[in-house]
Design a binder for this molecule. Structure first.
Ligand code: FAD
Length: 540
């Protein structure tokens, strides 16, 4: 198969134009092109006021592949297509008694369990939260009635933290084995739209993700796996530096010599248990800030010029960074076009924001975290769990500023820049449920964060006109941007540095930062578990 890249066509080209462009570019007769598929499609908006174009990577079959490759031997855009298929690394023996345990059923646990099940290893998944249907009701109870369930919410339950999300499915992790493609293919096989396989910045939206996740659960069960909801792991069974199993909240124990820890970044009680058990943990940098909201139409105009609102392009996104004079980097995080700001706490008396959208991205506002990077050396010295303690402190302050009923503290950008509390909203209506309380957000975060953000917002306004408009809304606080810890693992075996058989994985362990990268990490860890089980069997 041949890969042809950098093939540009006008935005509104008819379907047939793609085939014609391939024939022309490769100087082929019509019958020499046996078939083709779009591997990737992005758009080039550098000339947004004259012409935005689609840019394709195509995989194609031709009659005489060697001849075509020889003709274009010096052309970097005509090459052999890489093998992007997923190839399992192991097959479980039919008489295998041991069943690996996967703790957590977010994207990382979902893919660890899927791959293990596909290889025949019959995993048992232990998830503290509830299934998708019950979890949706619990989450809405917070958003609509101020009622928080600490075990079933935006962070905890089937699908993990990514379930009520924008469902952005892209990441910057290196992926030489195309595991990301496997993640996408599984999503498509379980009901996601197939354009996620080729559009440049795919997203799936929250409702569709919900269906996909519950169908994937069904597939795991059909392959012999088991998913146990409302099953919180409260302790590890350890012996001579090896894991032997886990204890659950109801006191029962499950034995296994292979335990995947796919906990996510909000399992603070479990992190504390691991620390107590002396599992190797180190602090790591993360970021804190606020969510910002603007009218989506304003972002569309700034990003897409005369193409704003074009159906093929959808709601526009942005990515911004500013290096402030006080040495801090301020950047946009988890931008959600046409979406809403959501209440994302999992703990009583705390307020945290995040963003989500539906597949259509048709809500009135664009939102994104505007966050400042912080690090353990400078900002939270004091041990592996100091970042968690800082998050807890800041989230409690946000709860108080919001009025102690899970509303979020908010302020207009104009007032924030001038350092005065907000008293009334402008045109931009905040989307956060169960509502916001206007205040002075400078009280919510450390001074160096506020100072850096006050410098960054006008700078962003110079890149996207209106970004620092008076009535843009800031909602606080964004504090769970990534895990404040790393549960360090050996880079080859992927096992904990000091506990054999324990596989820290995904976002909570500090090895992923989003749905796709968490899924990819789940695949890697599943492979490591499978190979270790086979090796142990051989040597015993
Ligand atoms: P999680 O998804 O956090 O899953 C961990 C699971 O472990 C949870 O279900 C939890 O209940 C369970 N668990 C924890 N402790 C225990 C225990 N002791 N016993 C049993 N179970 C336990 N990322 C993107 O790429 N794109 C987006 O658009 C996007 N939007 C987001 C929107 C929101 C509102 C949020 C909160 C996050 C968003 N993210 C997004 C981030 C993304 O969701 C995470 O990066 C991803 O879910 C991490 O996957 P994970 O499997 O490592 O952990």
């Amino acid at each position: 198969m041949i890969r042809l890249s950098e093939l540009s066509l006008p935005l509104d080209h008819p379907e047939i134009a793609l085939r014609q462009a391939i024939l022309k570019r490769l100087e082929l007769a019509d019958d020499a092109l046996l078939g083709f598929s779009v591997f990737k499609r992005s758009y080039d908006a550098r000339k947004k006021n004259t012409e935005i174009t689609f840019v394709y990577i195509i995989h194609l079959d031709v009659k005489d592949e060697a001849a075509v490759l020889a003709r274009f031997v010096d052309d970097p855009h005509v090459t052999m297509a890489p093998d992007t298929e997923y190839h399992p690394v192991a097959v479980a023996p039919a008489d295998l008694a041991e069943r690996p345990l996967v703790i957590g059923f977010g994207p990382c646990g979902l893919f660890a369990a899927t791959i293990l099940a596909q290889m025949g290893f019959k995993p048992i998944v232990l998830e503290r939260g509830r299934d998708v249907r019950k979890r949706t009701q619990d989450t809405w109870a917070l958003w609509r009635q101020h009622n928080l369930s600490t075990e079933s919410n935006v962070q905890f339950g089937e699908g993990g933290a990514g379930l009520f999300s924008d469902g952005k499915l892209y990441s910057q992790v290196k992926d030489p084995k195309f595991y990301g493609r496997k993640v996408m293919q599984e999503f498509v096989d379980h009901g996601a739209p197939d354009n996620i396989l080729y559009v440049n910045k795919p997203h799936i939206g929250t409702f569709r993700l919900t269906t996909v996740v519950s169908r994937m659960r069904q597939s795991i069960i059909e392959m012999g796996g088991e998913i146990r909801f409302e099953s919180k792991v409260t302790d590890l069974l350890l012996e001579n530096g090896e894991v032997k199993g886990v204890t659950l909240a109801d006191g029962s124990q499950l034995l296994s010599r292979h335990v995947v820890l796919a906990l996510g970044h909000s399992a603070r009680d479990t992190f504390r248990m691991l620390h107590q058990r002396e599992v190797h943990i180190e602090p790591k940098p993360f970021a804190i800030g606020f969510r910002i909201e603007h009218p989506q139409s304003m972002i569309d105009r700034a990003r897409l010029g005369k193409y704003a609102g074009h159906e093929e392009l959808g709601a526009a996104d942005y990515k911004l960074i500013h290096h402030a004079k006080n040495g801090r980097a301020v950047y946009s995080f988890c931008m959600c076009p046409g979406g809403q700001v959501v209440a994302a706490t999992s703990e009583e008396g705390r307020v945290v924001t995040n963003g989500m959208s539906q597949y259509s991205r048709k809500e009135r506002n664009a939102n994104a975290g505007i966050v400042v990077g912080i690090n353990p050396e400078q900002d939270f010295p004091g041990g592996p769990l100091a970042g968690i303690e800082l998050q807890e402190k800041l989230e409690s302050i946000a709860y108080q500023l919001g009025g102690c009923d899970y509303r979020a503290p908010a302020q207009l950008v104009g007032d924030f820049l001038r350092g005065r509390p907000s008293e009334k909203l402008g045109e931009v209506e905040p989307s956060y449920q169960p509502g916001v309380k206007l205040c002075d957000l400078a009280e919510a975060l450390p001074d160096y964060v506020i100072e850096a953000m006050r410098e960054a917002l006008p700078a962003f306004g110079r890149k996207i006109r209106g970004f620092d408009r008076e009535d843009a809304v800031l909602t606080g606080i964004e504090s769970r941007t990534s895990s404040p810890i790393r549960i360090t693992r050996d880079p080859h075996t992927l096992q904990s540095l000091n506990v054999r058989g324990l596989y820290p994985a995904g976002e909570g362990a500090g090895y992923a930062g989003g749905i796709l990268s968490a899924g990819i990490d789940g695949i890697k860890v599943a492979e490591a578990v499978a190979l270790d089980i086979l090796q142990q069997r051989e040597t015993e």
